[in-house]
Design a protein around this ligand. Structure first.
Ligand code: ATP
Ligand code: MG
Length: 409
C-alpha cells in the first residue's frame, strides 16, 4: 500500500557550491519547524530532494501547502511512496494521474538514481505508460507539452510517484543570510518588505513604533497579527515595540510643522540602528517606495538616511503600489494592514509635509530638541514580544543586557 510523502525541490540552494550541505541543513530545519503541527516522521535529503514523510494519514496533503510557502523551496510534489514492485508503482501512477483535475494528454518521466534497478528509465516510462493507457483509454500520450506529467523516481529500495506538484516561494532558507532589523508599521508596504527579506534567507527582527501613550495600542496588535500571518512557514522570533507617542508630541511642539515627519523618521532610524547593534543585525529594512508619499522623495530619504551607518535596504523602492498590494494578498497580510489603527504615522501629522527637504533646514529643526536624550530614552523604553521560532536567537548584546529591554507585560 502506497503512503503519501512530500518531495521538496530546491534549485537555488543547489547552486551554492561548497555551502550546499549547510544550506540543506537550514532548509531541513526550517521545513521541520514549519511542519511542527503535523506528524513528521522523517525530513531528510534523498537524491537531490528533501523527503518529508508523516506518520498520520492525511498529514502529507495538509502539510503540502505549508511547505510550498517555506523560503528556499522551489517546488513541492505530493508523491506516493511505494516499494519496487511494478504492480505497486503502476497502481500509484494511476492514482497520481487520477488526481490531476483535468487533462487530455500526459506523459511519464521516469528517473532512477541507482543503477542496481533492472529497468532503465526508458523501460520504466514504457511500463508505467502502458498501465496508464489502460487505465485512461480516452487520454493520449504526448511527449511535447503534455497537460500532465507522471514522475516516477526510483531511489534505492523505494519508488516515488507523483503528478501533483506546485511551485514554492523560492528564495533561500531563513537563517542562511544573516539577520536584519525591519521597520514594521502595520501598513501595507513594510510587511511585504519584511517578507521579501525573509524570503531571501534573512532572519528578520521587526521594530514597531507605536503612538502609545498618545494613542491606543491597536497597531501593536496588528503587527503581531502580521507576524502570525507569516507563520509557520516564516517564523519571526521577536517583535520590538517602541512607545513613541510622547517623543512625537515633543517633536511636534519643537519643530516646524512641515519637517515633523522627517524628524520622526530620523529618530526612528536612530533607535532602529541601536536595536540592530544590540541584535547583531547587519542592516535595516524599510518599506519605502520611491515617490509614493511625501516622505519618500530622494531628498527626504537622504535627510533620514544620514542618521545611520548600517546599510538601509529598501526592497520595494522600485515597486508600484499595485504590485505591493498583490504581494500583500499572496502572503496574507493585506487584510490585516487594511484595518485602521492610529499609530505614530497618523499622530501629529502635518497637513503639508515637506517633500524636498533642504539639509540645512533639517539640521536646524533637529537641533531644536534634545534628540540625543530622546533617543536614549526611547532605547531604554523598548519592549519586546516573543513568538515561537526555530531561526531567531537574540544577539549577544541583547542577551547580556536582558534586564534593560523589557518583555511586554
Ligand atoms: P507602510 O505601508 O509600510 O506603513 P507607508 O507607505 O505608510 O509604508 P511611510 O509612512 O513613509 O510609508 O513609511 C515608510 C517606512 O517607514 C515604512 O515602510 C516602514 O518601514 C517605516 N515605518 C513607518 N511607520 C512606522 C512605524 N510606525 N513603525 C515602524 N516603522 C515604520
Ligand atoms: Mg504607513
Amino acid at each position: 500500500m502506497a503512503s503519501r510523502v512530500c518531495l521538496v525541490h530546491y534549485h537555488e540552494v543547489g547552486l551554492k557550491g561548497k555551502n550546499r550541505a549547510h544550506f540543506e541543513h537550514i532548509l531541513i530545519d526550517t521545513i521541520k519547524a514549519a511542519c511542527a503541527a503535523f506528524s513528521v516522521a522523517t525530513c531528510a535529503r534523498i537524491s537531490g530532494h528533501i523527503l518529508v514523510t508523516f506518520s498520520e494519514p492525511g498529514d502529507a496533503e495538509r502539510a503540502f501547502p505549508v511547505i510550498c510557502r517555506v523560503p528556499g523551496v522551489a517546488r513541492v510534489s505530493l508523491a506516493f511512496h511505494t516499494n519496487r514492485e511494478p504492480g505497486e508503482y503502476c497502481r500509484a501512477a494511476i492514482r497520481a494521474l487520477g488526481e490531476v483535475a483535468s487533462f487530455e494528454s500526459f506523459k511519464v518521466a521516469a528517473k532512477r538514481s541507482n543503477t542496481d534497478y533492472p529497468l532503465g528509465s526508458l523501460e520504466l516510462n514504457a511500463q508505467v505508460g502502458e498501465a496508464l493507457c489502460e487505465a485512461f483509454p480516452d487520454k493520449r500520450v504526448q511527449m511535447h507539452k503534455p497537460d500532465a506529467v507522471v514522475h516516477v523516481l526510483v531511489v534505492q529500495g523505494s519508488v516515488y510517484v507523483y503528478a501533483r506538484s506546485e511551485r514554492g516561494v523560492g528564495g533561500l532558507p531563513v537563517g542562511s543570510a544573516g539577520k536584519v532589523v525591519t521597520l514594521l508599521s502595520s501598513g501595507i508596504d513594510s510587511p511585504v518588505a519584511t517578507w521579501l527579506l525573509a524570503r531571501r534567507g534573512a532572519v528578520c527582527v521587526p521594530v514597531h513604533f507605536s503612538g502609545r501613550p498618545q494613542t491606543a495600542d491597536t497597531s501593536e496588535y496588528l503587527c503581531q497579527d502580521i507576524i502570525r500571518a507569516y507563520a509557520p512557514a516564516i517564523q519571526i522570533g521577536r517583535l520590538y515595540v517602541v512607545p513613541f507617542g510622547d517623543a512625537q508630541r515633543q517633536i511636534a511642539l519643537a519643530c516646524p510643522t512641515s519637517l515633523r515627519v522627517i524628524m520622526y523618521r530620523r529618530v526612528m532610524y536612530a533607535v532602529a540602528e541601536r536595536i540592530a547593534r544590540l541584535e547583531d543585525a547587519k542592516a535595516i529594512v524599510t518599506g519605502e517606495s520611491l515617490g509614493q508619499v511625501a516622505s519618500q522623495t530622494l531628498e527626504n530619504i537622504a535627510a533620514v538616511n544620514e542618521m545611520v551607518s548600517l546599510p538601509v535596504l529598501r526592497p520595494l523602492i522600485g515597486s508600484d503600489k499595485q504590485e505591493i498590494i498583490e504581494r500583500a494578498h499572496e502572503i496574507g497580510t493585506y487584510d490585516i494592514s487594511c484595518e485602521t489603527a492610529p499609530d505614530c504615522c497618523t499622530l501629529f501629522m502635518p497637513r503639508a509635509p515637506e517633500t524636498h527637504a533642504r539639509l540645512e533646514a533639517v539640521h536646524e529643526a533637529w537641533d531644536a530638541f534634545d534628540h540625543d536624550a530622546m533617543i536614549e530614552e526611547l532605547v531604554a523604553s523598548v519592549e519586546y514580544i516573543d513568538f515561537p521560532s526555530s531561526s531567531y536567537r537574540p544577539g549577544k548584546p541583547v542577551r547580556e543586557r536582558h534586564e534593560v529591554l523589557a518583555p511586554r507585560g
